[in-house]
Design a binder for this molecule. Structure first.
Ligand SMILES: [Zn+2]
Ligand SMILES: [Zn+2]
Length: 176
């Protein structure tokens, strides 16, 4: 306990000033917007989640991150929201940043040489020999990546539904 009048208040004022001065020196990272994978889009939709911007109920396709200096908390805070295509695009334009391009899934029938060494269908629990390959290309935070799923004839439709592409027709190569 201070015996000087106003001593406690002066100490806390001083601390507050020091905190705010430190806050001004803190680096605020650039905003970020990145796209989530199609399978993740579906998972969030299945859980009933939707775009968190205002009262939008759009399908979530991206994560938006923004940092700012909060004088109240005396530190840099992060706000993270899940957003639909439209609101993610708005955000990226407003902050002059790039958003990852949408991913793409293609399906094609394996050629005879590939068939010989393809292995098994990747559908859960299926042990049938694979006849199709589904290739998902995506970009996450500017880094391109891809995933491959092998499918038997029976599960080609289920894989196509999962990735929202048209069902490849049996016996035709290069279907998209
Ligand atoms: Zn939205
Ligand atoms: Zn299968």
């Amino acid at each position: 306990m201070s015996t000087e009048p106003g001593g406690d208040a002066m100490t806390s004022d001083f601390q507050r000033e020091a905190e705010l001065a430190a806050l001004k020196r803190e680096i605020v990272p650039r905003p970020q917007a990145w796209r989530i994978r199609q399978t993740e889009v579906d998972r969030l939709a299945d859980r009933g989640q939707h775009c968190e911007v205002r009262k939008c109920h759009g399908l979530i396709v991206a994560v938006l991150r923004r940092w700012w200096r909060s004088t109240e908390a005396a530190r840099v805070l992060l706000s993270e929201r899940l957003a639909c295509e439209e609101h993610a695009t708005d955000f990226a334009q407003r902050h002059h940043i790039d958003i990852d391009p949408p991913g793409e899934v293609t399906a094609r029938h394996l050629d005879p040489a590939e068939l010989a060494e393809a292995g098994r269908c990747d559908w859960q629990g299926c042990r049938t020999g694979a006849a199709w390959v589904f290739t998902e290309s995506f970009t996450t935070r500017g880094v391109p990546g891809s995933d491959r799923d092998l499918s038997c004839d029976r599960h080609a439709r289920a894989f196509a539904d999962r990735f929202h592409i048209s069902t490849p027709e049996p016996g035709k190569g290069g279907a998209r």
